[in-house]
Design a protein around this ligand. Sequence first.
Ligand code: HEC
Ligand code: HEC
Length: 422
Amino acid sequence: MPSNNESTGEARNRSNRIKLFVVVVFALIAAASGFWGYQRYRASGATLTTAEITELAKTAASEDRQAWLRLARAALTAENVQAIIAPTEPTNNRGEASRVELGYLLFFDPILSGDKTTSCASCHHPDYGMADGLKKGIGAGGHGYGLQRAGTGRELQRNTPSLFNVAYNPILFWDGRAGTLEEQALEPIFNEHELNQSSAAELVKSLRAIPKYRELFAKAFGFNSPQDGREITLQNIARAIAAFERKLNITETDYDQFVKGKDDKLTTEQLRGLVVFIGQGQCAACHIPPHFHDGVLSSTGTPVSAEKGAPLDSDPGFGAVIRREDGFGMFKTPGLRNVARTAPYMHNGAFNTLEEVVDFYNDGGGRGRGLDVYSQDVKVAKLNLTEQQKKDLVSFMKSLNDTAPPPQTPASVPSGLPVVGK
Ligand code: HEC
Ligand code: HEC
């Protein structure tokens, strides 16, 4: 039992600590608001409206590089050029190297699948920009990876999205039905059309039977616990895979170098394309740099294929998730980093090339092509771009290609099963 004196002393100490804490917090708030104030000021000083950018673009001669450099820099807002920070991790899944390494091996290991032939990499492969290059994914019964899976199995409902930068998009799946990577990771394992694993108990048992996995799970989750496989749980499988996915980030592209001040990283064509992207094309209204998405879902009126006159795609998208008509045809805005390497495009793989995508937007999306689209976003409207502007836009999107090498396919995985692409 402390004496009275001691407790008042302690109380005084605590009150001093609280005072100090208040002062520090206050100072931080003051510094932060000054900083934001500055950012706002910068933004208001530098931001041109879409209409202004469009007007200025008309006055610049197409080969006047200096004019396009000035305009491109002025068009980028403070938000557009903010530094990219590491993605947020949930408090119960910090991305320790041991978890990332385990997740990496699980990602490539067909042991997760029902028939032990399919891994996540069968559809999300480094050789195809962490996607598969197919119009729609090929699931159960498929063999090989990427384009080689064509014609061998059951076609999935949607195009396989690239997993690059997936941690930066708060919305998962084309229709937004999953919220976190941890939540998402188990879905394909038990989905009968994907890895088709029918028994969680079997899966856990088969992993526990492999000494290397017992060791890796103990290291990643057990904090020096015995390597008896107790850490091998569904939740930890999901955590490890998610930790690996959070490292698949593209932050070094020519565009990023340009943003950091290197003028020569973008060609004149790409500078003009950047101006169209932010200005007349209105692309940046949804594909907002630096991540090139807006974290929401919207309807562009995507048809079943690129041919003019093709009917509207019948996938209800978000509409089926919320069970409301006004969500019909709404899909998440994909980020565009590495987009030149992840054809075909859209939730249904309707477009084979970026040129086809640009043509679609230029026509005014689905409605512009005469389709009866329930709730097409108003930002998708006829653009009246010239042939050169369309080319420039495609050229700009190529500046978003990763300049770092993609992840290596592991030579082998702990199960000893063959690894796709090796
Ligand atoms: C048979 C092909 C196939 C396999 C195997 C597969 N996926 Fe996918 N993946 C897809 C398709 C198709 C989608 C889009 C589905 C949708 O949006 O409805 C998708 C979506 C995702 C997404 C959401 C991405 C985004 O941008 O919204 C993540 C994350 C993902 N998969 C991770 C995995 C993991 C982890 C595995 C292994 C456990 C895996 N996938 C196995 C085809 C596959
Ligand atoms: C209203 C918001 C919005 C605007 C404006 C917009 N997009 Fe999109 N973009 C989307 C959505 C939503 C999708 C996915 C549509 C789907 O899957 O059917 C998409 C898909 C894409 C894709 C395919 C990416 C992939 O991985 O499949 C590209 C490329 C693209 N947009 C480029 C552009 C360009 C270039 C512009 C300007 C001309 C533009 N977008 C304007 C919302 C928008």
